[in-house]
Write a protein that binds this ligand. Sequence first.
Ligand code: SIN
Ligand code: CO
Length: 373
Amino acid sequence: MKKSSVLGAISPAEFLKKYWQKKPLLIRQAVPGMQALLSREALFALAAREDVESRLITNFRRQWKMAQGPLQTLPSSSQKNWTLLVQGANLHDDAVDQLMHQFRFLPDARLDDLMISYATDQGGVGAHFDSYDVFLLQAHGQRRWRIGAQKDLSLKPDMPLKILREFIPQQEFVLEPGDMLYLPPHYAHEGVAIGECMTYSIGFRAPSWQELGEAFLNFMADSVALPGRYSDPELGPSAQPAKIGDSMISSVSRELNKLSSTPEDIAIFLGEYLSEPKASVIFDYPEKPMTAARFQAAALKRGLRLTRKSRLLYRNKYIFMNGESFQPGSSDKRLLQQLGDQRALAADRVAACSSDLNESLYQWYCDGWLELA
Ligand code: SIN
Ligand code: CO
């Protein structure tokens, strides 16, 4: 496997074996020369947008408060003790998106988003734990992290955000720009800004079984096929008319037991579910799209790439894109798998696409799913 630069001297294989989902890892200068990719002003502008998830967390006079975005006004940067969190920054900026791609030694099905936090001196979100793995990359200024492997994860009651009732830190690190701390799920931590700082959190996706189960039943509901209707030609007279009889239960259970799923159903469900963009995502489609002929001529010269907001996954004969599944022929399938892995398709690969696929590519361009490279 290709050695990933963000892990410093450690290979992805070693990281996965020793640390992933197991224990924290501090990597000094994971990104040498790291500088914030978005200015404070650009971040504040994102937080004001309707299609961006943001939160403002303040701890003024020792009182935690949280406000959900969009946030038109923020406290002054000279005021201490506040934090702005901007979720999914990778969806809105190419450089941030590229940075997140350095974490693709982990599968796209697990990568969630890159959140940027901006904090003024002493700012933070309190001592807490997350349910997901996270890489905390220091982008600007310094932050002091204290972390602990405590088992008691009970929270303070009546708080606007998750704050541990009791935090028992075991290790402490001050992160400089370019330093990165990996934490597995449920590891207690608290980050406090030393002066103004920005931290980039690369977060992961781990749906709960409950969430997956509910979504799977919804998915299966669309494909239920149980022909026929309940009937009871052998019915006898009812002495207790309000009672549901045994024969009704057994004939209904016989039918409902016919509902089952195949591994293929599960693959299609998972591909559609995991490639579905978040509810807040709005694709930026071209206002005046070029004609299909011009688009194709340009794609043959320049090649294509997925837009930042597009999610493409694949499995066996299926391609999943932004919540939809496709079953292309085997040559097109290979090209689309390449588009997924590389998030781009070189001009000579575009030339190899069938006319069916070319039609789809044009439609996806009109929908803002892909663009000319
Ligand atoms: C932050 O960057 O302020 C919070 C990130 C975290 O603790 O998960
Ligand atoms: Co956290």
